[in-house]
Write a new protein. Structure first.
Length: 301
């Protein structure tokens, strides 16, 4: 069986075709048109091109930065705003003449890592994306758990657990709430925290987490303090998940997952916040990097 996965992002649409063993047969990436009909046309064109080149008809799955509402059947919560309010799965199914499955991109990440990635063989997988924003997906027995409202795993928009006095009411989130986990443990939040730690007369604001970590390696005291705050906030946030779901493994993705200093620190910090003071939950870096989401879309079948 040939499986096609499509990752519909705000700036690019990527397609990958996998064979039965998960080996990549075809891959192509194009710019995303900021228009709904043009987006449909682009996806259909990519699928047709892949199938023509490979000489096979495939199943098709699509990962989106939002969800299909289980109530209205329309896309909601997508930052690619032109697909919001649209029956994306039905429109693609009609154009391609077969059922097309659509899921949240973080859920696609989780299922990719659960099936043949860093969490292969685990029953319950919590897949975290910590990059510009913060999202997560839940995979159980190799299948997505989207939840009754279609928002399973959206833990990034809960309040940061066990806030200190200086953290409370300190950040604003695009979702309309304050002090969301996303605003603290995303790469954006990490950079914001470092820049806010600088005194008004100080120079040296940064624009990326890579720059902050470079300062950490150089022994910069403020950068080191910023990382200490970050790793504690990440531990609190993940402990909250462990206390509710107790997953077999947590897989990190997104830009912050490349910060190697995270992984040796979490085993010591998590037990401070997990109920009972014991925690051996494995937290690992993803196996497929930025390809995990598009591979997970293919594995929707």
């Amino acid at each position: 069986m040939l499986r096609i996965g499509v990752d519909l992002g705000g700036t690019k649409i990527e397609l990958v075709a996998l064979n039965e063993q998960g080996m990549e047969q075809f891959r192509k990436r194009v710019a995303t048109p900021a228009n709904y009909v043009a987006t449909l046309n682009t996806i259909v064109s990519l699928v047709n091109e892949a199938e023509a080149q490979l000489g096979q008809t495939a199943t098709v799955g699509v990962g989106i930065p939002g969800v299909i509402s289980p109530f209205s059947g329309l896309v909601k919560n997508a930052n690619s705003t032109w697909i919001n309010g649209q029956p994306l799965d039905l429109d693609l199914s009609e154009r391609l003449g077969r059922e097309v499955r659509v899921a949240n991109d973080a859920n696609c990440f989780a299922i990719s890592e659960a099936i043949d990635g860093a969490a292969a063989g685990k029953v319950m997988v919590f897949g975290v994306i910590i990059g510009t924003g913060c999202g997560a997906g839940i995979a159980i027995n190799g299948k997505i758990h989207g939840g009754g409202n279609g928002i399973g795993g959206e833990w990034g928009h809960n309040p940061l657990p066990w806030m200190t006095a200086d953290e409370f009411n300190s950040t604003a989130c695009f979702c309309g709430n304050k002090d969301c986990i996303e605003t603290f443990i995303s790469g954006t939040g990490f950079v914001r925290d470092y820049n806010h730690s600088l005194a008004p007369h100080q120079q040296g604001s940064v624009s990326s987490a890579v720059e902050v970590m470079a300062l950490v390696s150089q022994g910069d005291a403020q950068a080191q303090a910023c990382f200490e705050r970050y790793i504690d906030r990440l531990a609190r946030s993940l402990a909250h998940v462990i206390n509710i779901l107790d997953p077999d493994i947590i897989v990190l993705g997104g830009g912050m997952s490349n910060v190697s200093a995270i992984y040796p620190r979490l085993p010591d910090l998590l037990p401070r916040y997990v109920l009972g003071g014991e925690c051996r939950t494995t937290v690992v870096q993803n196996l497929y990097g930025c390809s995990s989401g598009v591979r997970g879309a293919a594995w929707l079948w």
